[in-house]
Design a protein around this ligand. Structure first.
Ligand code: NAP
Length: 331
């Protein structure tokens, strides 16, 4: 009988995740029947949403991975085939591809042929984070050439793609990131202005880079940054509320000045989203992103760390800013 390892949530997160929140367990995998297969993790994704979501203690930590089929009773998924799916933090997964319900829950896909490129891209720029940037920015902010776009988390998987899409659309782009190395990279991929939010004053930086105000604000960070950024929006500006990583570890609600009067007086359009809203349109978004990558218009980076056994440590380091571009775990 084949066995798998999985990381489960041992205790609910309170504040910053700690090693004691995670427990490694072994599980037995059943013998295969028609339509089923077993696959080994090759690359696993760690993402900020794993901290933001509330899920039950004892359950496997949620997440997407790229895996290679090891044993199969399903002709559509032969041995050696690469798949991507939300099977959680598991070293080996049992998949019943014949069961429509389960397939929908794990969003099972074959990894497309990426040529010379690593299949980990299917978890990053050509996967969920890339789609978050593509649809979350274009659909909600509706940018127009000549407009000024603000994006924080600018060196991350989503933010770095948003800024480059904004440049493709002819916008002026202002980014904020958390280190000199990150800011240098963000500048090198075409952002017009980049600031280190840990060292530079946010208001002063925005006054300097956007004296006439910001048209589109793509927010990955929330909290204090957003209270300040809203003051710099133009009338009828648009804000895409993508994430709030600065408040995910907060055990108490974060008190910032009430944003609604600013939204009212500036007549802003503010919309939150879950990227899976556009799941049926992902093929369109992935094709466009791949074209831009092939044309050299979009650059990407990955921070690849090794070892399934190190998943909690790598996840915790992501929340502290250890990554440039997409954080990936090589199993
Ligand atoms: N709505 C959706 O459907 C959706 C989908 C995907 C992602 N998201 C959200 O999008 C955001 C970015 O996700 P990602 O996958 O691209 O992650 P990421 O930006 O690649 O990695 C997280 C980064 O957040 C920054 N960070 C950590 N603590 C911070 C703080 N207190 N203040 C400011 N920045 C902080 C760190 O960079 P620095 O060193 O620059 O601080 C860190 O590297 C997250 O909020 C995530 O939850 C939303």
């Amino acid at each position: 009988m084949l066995k798998s390892n999985k990381w489960i949530l041992a205790t609910k997160f309170e504040g910053e995740p700690k090693h004691s929140n995670f427990k490694l367990e072994e599980e037995d995998l059943p013998a295969l029947k028609e339509g089923e297969f077993i696959c080994d993790a090759v690359y696993l994704s760690v993402d900020p949403y794993m901290r933001a979501f509330d899920y039950p203690v004892e359950s496997c930590i949620i997440g997407e991975q790229v895996a290679r089929v090891l044993e199969s009773e399903n002709k559509d998924y032969p041995v050696g085939c690469l798949v991507q799916m939300y099977s959680g933090w598991r070293s080996r997964s049992f998949v019943n591809a014949a069961s429509r319900k389960e397939t929908e829950e794990i969003h099972l896909l074959k990894v497309p042929d990426l040529g010379e490129r690593e299949p980990s891209l299917a978890l990053g720029i050509l996967g969920m984070p890339g789609m978050t940037a593509y649809f979350g920015f274009l659909e909600i902010c509706q940018p127009k050439a000549g407009e000024t776009v603000l994006v924080n988390g600018a060196a991350g998987a989503v933010g770095s793609a948003v800024g480059q899409i904004a440049k493709i659309k002819g916008c002026k782009v202002i980014g904020f990131a958390g280190s000199k190395e990150k800011c240098d990279w963000v500048k090198s991929i075409g952002f017009d202005h980049v600031f280190n939010y840990k060292e530079q004053d946010i208001d002063k930086s925005l006054k300097e880079a956007a004296p006439d105000g910001v048209d589109c604000y793509f927010d990955n960070v929330g909290g204090n940054f957003t209270s300040k950024a809203l003051q710099h929006m133009k009338q009828f500006g648009r804000m895409s509320v993508c994430g709030g990583i600065s408040v995910y570890n907060a055990s108490q609600p974060v008190l910032t000045p009430d944003p609604f009067m600013t939204i009212l007086f500036k007549q802003l359009k503010v919309e939150g989203f879950d990227v899976m809203r556009w799941e049926t349109r992902f093929p369109e978004g992935k094709a466009e992103m791949k074209k831009w990558i092939d044309e050299g218009k979009i650059k990407y980076r990955e921070t690849v760390e090794e070892g399934f056994e190190n998943m909690p440590k790598i996840f915790m380091s992501l929340l502290k800013g250890a990554n440039i571009g997409k954080m990936i775990v090589k199993a």
